[in-house]
Design a protein around this ligand. Structure first.
Ligand SMILES: Nc1nc2c(ncn2[C@@H]2O[C@H](COP(=O)(O)OP(=O)(O)OP(=O)(O)O)[C@@H](O)[C@H]2O)c(=O)[nH]1
Ligand SMILES: [Mg+2]
Length: 1100
């Protein structure tokens, strides 16, 4: 085609095109990156063209005399002549829906590409030669040797940079640097957003008329006939591109390509990495229709739209479908669970049985069914959301938008909004570079055309260990949301039917308890050994497995049986294809899988998982959430992902709340080191480190008596997150403090605290304990009867934990509980009782000469109730009372209460004749045994009973404490007591400052005085004064002490009698201090007891 007839004063490029404008022939030309000429057109005003910008299929060209044109490259047509400038337009930018232009008329103008209207004019006080912009700033290089920085939104000038000593010919800008080229021959680099000078790049020997920046690289073109490449961070000169015969007047940098235009009437394309010249173009190249490259251009435009949609979707927090499901594999040990998982994932069969420890986690997705790395689904969901936006508001091409715009301006037509995406709040959640890197823009375009359904679900497979030792762990992780797969061995069901059914029942009941609405898929393994027994197995399941009732069973409609038979030994990769289908179908129906959540939440979890850490402090999550404008939802989003089994985040105490476990497997592995099966016990036993650390005795103690030393637990956990793990186990009642001395350990050692891991006692039996219980002189006996449903593993062990904790917390008369797997004798201060599990019942027997046996029973019942609610919510049980007159008579507690209320004298007993009501009176000495349960059940506490108070008194109790150590505890305690109908004096509640006299009056007006013991309580003058007053006024004194070792106020109990004022030391001999209880399941018992003590307090 025709030779370029003028200096090339402007160049630009897109991914597919190189553009150049020249002055004398007033032309715009475009080439493919392969050097074919695809466009040649003259500007309508026939004026020399000075500047060009390109974006997708659009170009903007500035000319002498103020001409500015918006051009559609695909059709070589002018879309708009943008009229306003009155002098040469030396620089132009295309940015989204805007054109920015700079002119010798001393203005910068901003134009709307759709309407062609000028939307903003900035006055720059001197002729503008160079122009650059990013989201926040507009930067201009001026003829008065300054660079001016304007706020892009308001157009206000913010900086005036005076370092240049001649015309500033060109500027470039990204989010880190601003670069200027001036006719003093210097390239200057400024930091953004401070706009302070960081480098002066020296090397050019004449005017620098053009600069460009991309990432780490700066390119400059100069009248010294060179183009130079620099490192933006260090300012080092990397390369000098030589061989130009004339001034280099324009440069452009995109990816690995540098384009330069010169007075030599030619355009050059260089490889930025090697400095090699790829093409020298002069307009005579062979022509190629632009439609050949159009396809790529269209893609470009689509990509731009997709990117825009994506950004808007993220900024708005558009909802994404989670598309994630937890698949839980449960069943008897060695039933073939892990093998079934292998079959699902198409892995090779494994003949040897490698018993699973704790739980094993794997991830996969439907369709693919092979093991995968973690994918939060964020990327997929962000793309979906963007696609959805594109589909609903498919962006028309600019040409059609312009013509629509023209027609909409006809009278009577409604104006269409040019604003395509309205982000509620403009937040950049993903940096643009990251968008390009992490998202497949073409895929978004593609998705936009598809229907919404058919999305792939990803699964987290939880392969639980089948061995009994781990059962105590499981219900922590059996969650409501997800699909359960209950695996059994077909062969064993046929041969050892009763046992197999027992296991199936146990697991079905567990699911019914923890996830009553979750679907269950039954899988029969060993089909290879029982291939002709399909119907026999079916018959057993249908007829003899009562526990199936009430379960949401997924049926095998193809084979018309209730389970999915599977041969895990088959080498066929799709041996579990039916099962996979069943899982996919079942999962896709779950609400939680299609639930929509904010992309912001997904982004937070995605970033968290990218950290690839086992656990992080809560603040890390908080910071991320804040970054994505979800800072106020951190707890909420963690709770959500916790319930889905993606993270573990408990919140009952600060230690727990402060930690977020990102890899549940980490936690499970740690737990399984303590609650280990025989194989792993062996491993630990033969670990040389155990002996090196002299922990052999400790380990034996743990295995024999369930008592762990701090040193041993630290060793088992590799000294990692010991405080958190202790607290986790404590909170899930797997562990309690063991506040008793241990003979088995050598005296010489300072062992630090001891802990009880009660589930390790599971198989421990003690004939000795049997005999001792038989010898006890029992006063009152009651039974927690679970036979209506079942008594899950781990309930009894947890009760032992609670009792051991409470027993140790009590300050005086300590006596170590005697514990075995199913029996225990425990002392709470003055009361001694036995616990025993027999089948589905737990027996509580309180010794006759115990202090107030009824109140001990009441306390235990409410403790158990709390434990049940915390770990086994919804587990039904019945409270039975044994007649103190006749041990063979058991009566339901509720029947007794009914009888009392209706005034009859006898009621039906279980299994025998009637029982006499009067015999059961001793149980009610402390009021109703289950009152709190009734109170809680309907959620509304009835108006509290009012406790009598003689007319000369105003308060039931005066709470005395040291504010910094027990302020929160006392406030809580006051609330609880007030809600139970007591009048309480606590100093934060008194108005104004209290005079000594007022304080003394209040103590005298209180029925009793309660002293909250904390570390330095006796160092407080006001507390000592209050105590003194109480002693003088002969008020009954109650003691409560801090029992949480993690609190500042905690102290070893023995310090209290030591530090107490002399005249108060007797208190520790006379009264028993109560450990303060914050935990829900212990708190109820605590308050019942406290109220009883306040009520029963008598003045001495
Ligand atoms: N013949 C045959 N053997 C099987 C089949 N499924 C599992 N097995 C074998 O049974 C044994 C136990 O299988 P696992 O999958 O490890 O059992 P598990 O239920 O995960 O066991 P735990 O993790 O200890 O609870 C292994 O030796 C397997 O090879 C089957 O369908 N046919
Ligand atoms: Mg296994």
């Amino acid at each position: 085609m025709s030779l370029i007839q003028g200096y090339v004063l402007g160049v630009a490029q897109t991914a597919d095109l190189v553009l150049a404008v020249s002055d004398q022939d007033a032309s715009l030309r475009a080439w493919s990156k392969e050097g074919a000429l695809v466009l040649e057109m003259q500007m309508p005003n026939k004026k020399p063209a000075y500047s060009v910008a390109a974006q997708g299929m659009l170009a903007a060209v500035g000319t002498r005399g103020g001409g500015l044109f918006l051009i559609d490259l695909s059709s070589a047509t002018v879309l708009h002549a943008l009229e306003g400038h009155t002098n040469n337009v030396w620089s132009v930018i295309l940015d989204g829906d805007e054109v920015l232009s700079a002119s010798y008329d001393k203005t910068i103008r901003v134009w709307d590409t759709v309407s062609g209207a000028c939307t903003q004019t900035i006055h720059a006080e001197a002729a503008v030669r160079g122009l650059a912009a990013n989201e926040d700033w507009i930067v201009a290089g001026l003829s008065d040797a300054t660079v001016r920085v304007f706020d892009r939104a308001s157009g206000d000038q913010r900086h005036k940079l005076r370092e240049a000593t001649g015309w500033v010919m060109s500027v470039a800008l990204d989010n880190m640097y601003m670069v200027s080229g001036a006719n003093d021959g210097k390239v200057r680099v400024y930091a953004v957003p401070s706009f302070t000078l960081v480098h002066v790049l020296e090397g050019h020997t004449a005017t620098v008329s053009s600069v460009a920046i991309e990432g780490d690289s700066i390119v400059s073109g100069s009248d010294d006939k060179t183009v130079r490449l620099w490192n933006a961070h260090t300012g080092a000169q990397l390369r000098v591109l030589q061989g130009l015969s004339h001034y280099a007047r324009s440069v452009s940098l995109l990816g690995s390509e540098i384009v330069s235009g010169s007075y030599g009437k030619s355009v050059r394309i260089w490889n930025a990495n090697t400095g090699a010249l790829k093409f020298a173009l002069d307009g005579t190249e062979a022509a190629q229709p632009i439609t050949d490259v159009l396809e790529a251009l269209e893609l470009d435009a689509a990509a731009a739209a997709a990117q825009e949609a994506l950004k808007a979707a993220l900024a708005n927090g558009d909802p994404g479908e989670l598309g994630r499901c937890k698949l839980m594999i449960i069943g008897q040990g060695a039933a073939g669970k892990t093998s079934t998982v292998r079959s699902l994932l198409g892995m090779k069969p494994e003949k040897v049985h490698i018993s699973t420890v704790g739980v094993e986690l794997r991830r996969t997705s439907a369709e693919l069914w092979s093991e995968e790395a973690f994918d939060s689904g964020f990327k997929r969901q962000a793309m979906r959301a963007a696609a959805l936006r594109m589909r609903t508001r498919k962006r028309p091409t600019l040409r059609s938008r312009i013509s629509r715009r023209a027609s909409s301006m006809l009278p009577g037509r409604r104006r269409l909004s040019a604003q395509t995406f309205v982000a509620e709040e403009e937040v950049e959640l993903v940096a643009e570079a990251e968008v390009a890197q992490r998202f497949d823009i073409a895929e978004i375009e593609n998705m936009a055309g598809k229907t919404q359904s058919g999305q792939t679900i990803s699964f987290t497979i939880w392969d639980y260990a089948g061995q009994d030792v781990f059962y105590t762990l499981h219900h922590i992780f059996l969650t409501q949301e997800g699909v359960y797969m209950l695996v059994f061995n077909m062969n064993e069901l046929l041969q050892d039917t009763e046992l197999a059914l027992d296991y199936l029942s146990f697991w079905l009941n567990s699911v019914k308890l923890h996830a009553p609405k979750a679907p269950v898929i039954l899988v029969g393994t060993h089909y290879d050994q029982a291939f002709d027994s399909l119907q026999a197995v079916e018959a057993i399941l249908r007829n003899d497995l009562q526990a199936l009732r009430g379960v949401k069973l997924v049926k095998n409609s193809l084979q018309k049986v209730s389970f999915f038979p599977l041969d895990n030994m088959s080498t066929a990769e799709d041996r579990a294809v039916e099962l996979r289908n069943a899982v996919e179908r079942t999962a896709s129906k779950l609400d939680s899988v299609s639930q929509k959540i904010s992309l912001r939440w997904l982004k937070v979890i995605d970033d968290l998982m990218m950290l690839d850490c086992d656990h992080v402090p809560f603040e890390v999550v908080q910071e991320l959430a804040e970054k994505y404008h979800a800072g106020d939802q951190t707890d909420e989003l963690l709770k959500y992902f916790h319930e889905l089994g993606m993270v573990v985040h408990l919140r009952t105490t600060d230690t727990l709340h402060d930690k977020v476990v990102l890899n549940p497997q980490w936690l499970l592995n740690k737990l399984a080191r303590v609650i280990a099966d025989d194989i792993h016990v062996e491993q630990i036993y033969y670990d040389e480190k155990l002996s090196d650390l002299e922990l052999d005795d400790d380990f034996k103690l743990l295995r024999d008596k369930g008592i762990g030393t701090f040193a041993l637990l630290s060793f088992l956990w590799d000294d990692e997150e010991v405080a958190y793990l202790l607290e986790f186990m404590r909170d899930t009642m797997l562990l309690s403090d063991w506040a008793f001395s241990e003979k088995l350990l050598r005296k010489s050692r300072d062992d630090g605290p001891l802990y009880l891991v009660s589930s390790l006692l599971k198989t421990a039996r003690s004939d000795d304990l049997d005999a001792k219980i038989a010898e006890m002189d029992i006063g009152l006996t009651c039974v927690l009867d679970f036979s209506e449903f079942f008594l899950p593993d781990g309930v009894f062990a947890r009760l032992l934990s609670l009792c051991a904790q409470y027993s140790g917390d009590i300050g005086s008369r300590k006596h170590a509980p005697q514990l075995a797997g199913r029996q225990a004798i425990i002392r709470f201060g003055l009361s001694v009782f036995a616990l025993e599990q027999i089948d589905d019942k737990i027996w509580i027997r309180v010794e006759k000469d115990s202090d107030k046996p009824a109140s001990t029973l009441k306390m235990l019942v409410s403790m158990f109730q709390g434990a049940r609610d915390a770990m086994f919510r919804g587990l039904p049980w019945d409270l039975l009372l044994q007649s103190p007159k006749n041990p063979s008579i058991l009566v339901s507690y509720d029947d007794i209460v009914d009888a009392f209320e209706s005034g009859v004298e006898s009621m039906p007993a279980i299994g025998t004749k009637n029982a006499k009501l009067a015999d059961f009176v001793p149980f009610f000495e402390d009021g109703s045994l289950k009152e709190d349960e009734e109170e809680n059940q309907d959620g509304t506490a009835e108006s509290p009973p009012s406790f009598p108070l003689s007319s000369d008194l105003q308060y039931h109790v005066f709470l005395s404490h040291k504010q910094v150590e027990a302020g929160d505890a006392c406030n809580l305690m006051a609330d609880k007591l007030i809600s139970r109908g007591l009048k309480v004096w606590v100093d934060q509640r008194a108005d104004g400052n209290l005079s000594r006299e007022q304080m003394q009056n209040s103590i005298r007006a209180s029925k009793c005085y309660l002293l909250f013991l904390t570390k330095t309580v006796f160092g407080s003058r006001s507390v000592c004064m209050e105590l003194e007053t109480a002693l003088q006024a002969k008020r009954p004194i109650l003691l409560v002490h801090e029992s949480d070792p993690n609190r500042v106020g905690f102290a070893n109990f023995s310090t209290y009698p030591k530090t107490a004022p002399r005249n108060a030391k007797h208190l520790f001999r006379e009264a028993e201090s109560m450990p303060f209880q914050r935990r829900l399941y212990l708190a109820q018992g605590f308050y019942n007891e406290l109220v009883a003590r306040i009520e029963g307090a008598e003045a001495n």
